[in-house]
Design a protein around this ligand. Sequence first.
Ligand code: AMP
Length: 312
Amino acid sequence: MKILVVGSIAYDSVETPEGKRESQLGGSASYFSVAASHFTEVGMVGVVGNDFSEDDLALYRSHEIDTSGIETVDGKTFRWTGDYLQDINTAVTHETQLNVFADFSPELSEKHAEAPFLFLANIEPSLQLQVLESMSSRPKLVACDTMNLWIDIARGPLAELISKVDVLTINEGEARQFTEEQHLPTAAAALLESGPSTVVIKRGEYGAALFSKHFNFAAPAYPLAKVVDPTGAGDSFAGGFMGYIAATGDTTEEGLRRGAIVGSTMASFAVEAFGLDRLRSLSRQNIEERFNAFVDLTRFQAIDGSNALPLR
Ligand code: AMP
């Protein structure tokens, strides 16, 4: 197994300008795993209640996701309710019910503890830290994500986590909130100072900006005619990004740049339908065509020596 992910496994109730869904399968680990499974083997660590449907477990398994790290306990699965009615790029949370996550204490099998790539998807930072500390050796690459709730109520553990990862993915509002810097490059510089060697700032329909100590890169979002449900876009971005890097082992600058475009590719599918509906039905051809459309979208001819800018 190449990538281990810990994160939420959820039933989401979501309203967007395109409609409303009750109790659809979601959660940061679900979106990440299904997106990454198109590239490499993924193992999930998390917990569900005894209300979790067999069909939803079957969905993971149909993507060859290792579900042996998903514990089922008495109680209700994590639930999140939110909307994107004011701004399609910003989720407004109505309710978060941790339910079975409140008492969850992840224990990794030997196989899981040896995974070479680790994604600590959005969940309580102390759980993310516990998983990181349970790895038998330091993975080749550790990435994490988080959200405003944890910045508000678990800032200490979150800062400790951020100091220990290689890649932080965070949305722009949260980057500003965590660093108290309004200007994004300044916020990114502060985050780079606090530990990670790469910070990916997610900007919804404006794409993602990758900052490292050595280079910066901007990955656009795909110009879709319609965004149906933005839930999970960030996790799907992370799934494509890590999936590509884990599948190729390429952690060079070029690998990270390409990974960001693969991430944007998967995020662009995630938002085309409610929940996991689009991500779960993708063919290889769909992914290749969308990736190539990104190559075209970002292509321009650099100016060589004889062909300078026509400056006056
Ligand atoms: P995003 O990629 O940021 O749109 O992530 C959306 C997913 O995050 C939804 O499917 C929710 O179930 C999940 N989520 C919302 N709030 C939390 C939370 N506090 N902890 C973990 N997961 C959450």
